[in-house]
Ligand binder design. Sequence first.
Ligand SMILES: Cc1cc2nc3c(=O)[nH]c(=O)nc-3n(C[C@H](O)[C@H](O)[C@H](O)COP(=O)(O)O)c2cc1C
Length: 314
Amino acid sequence: MSVDLSVSLGTLTLSNPLIAASGCFGYGVEYADAVDLSTLGGVAVKGLFLAEREGHPPPRIVETPAGMLNAIGLQGIGVHRFIREKLPELRDRRAVVFVNICGTTIDEYVELARILSDAEGVAAIELNISCPNIKEGGITFGCSLPGTHNVVAAVRKVTRLPIIPKLTPNVTDVASFARAAEDAGADALSLVNTFLAMAIDVDTRRPKLTNIVGGLSGPAIRPIAVRMVYECRQAVKIPIIGMGGISDPEDVLEFMIAGATAVQVGTANFVDPFIWYRLLDGLRAYMARHQLSRLADLTGTLDATSRQQAWISS
Ligand SMILES: Cc1cc2nc3c(=O)[nH]c(=O)nc-3n(C[C@H](O)[C@H](O)[C@H](O)COP(=O)(O)O)c2cc1C
């Protein structure tokens, strides 16, 4: 049976729903000799500020049960070097490039979007308003409804590229942030970024990360991320890119059934850089098993009614 793995994020069509998550796949080019970038649905590059940044001093990564903590602090080469040094190769390798951007002020986000709109080979802008590891900017916008609205609306005014705000899970009602972003003109949403967390060395009584706190990712967060995608699916009409702990084909399917159109894979790429081929094979096998010809038809097909009825009558 021939199967169609393609998905649409508004005007953007991806050959399949698998996107490399920002911060877990470098700028894409580092992996290009091992993974054919054109076989991925897309590549979300490491978060970029206007200028270069050093990030936090090590240790900035700690392994935790079923996950990891990171406090990289958005180390990066800045948007100008990215356009000069990385984008041409990403273009040559036919990667669908999602540029993840971060600013400390709305003006910085606007300036980044303006610069990227003139660059050839950018498919979409992912607005990182959710990094838990920097004191200024980022999550400050993502944890405030007016902040979320204002930054998305300001970027909307200066670019025709699809805008994809990336939401933080470090809020009580994630659906209200999804609505704020949609109202301000977002084309799609990414969720979730990492959960603010902490690990302590009990012998030294010191935090394991120099930054003291960091962001939790990996399978440990997956059920919470799936719940948040489900809640946002009820709240908005725009497509959702779901992520958080995806390591197996079933995880991709779970996010899609909950309401995601596409997904991102982050931490699992550190465990297995060739995970993409295993995920794609697994999706094809599932489609054959369920006689599904278009994977996109799976999005939002959760059947919650029977469970709810069983619960009500018990
Ligand atoms: C080491 C590391 C660096 C990250 N850097 C970024 C980043 O620069 N921008 C961003 O939006 N998210 C960043 N993230 C968050 C991931 O893109 C993703 O949202 C999160 O890790 C959940 O997915 P996962 O469990 O598959 O890793 C980073 C995550 C990790 C583990």
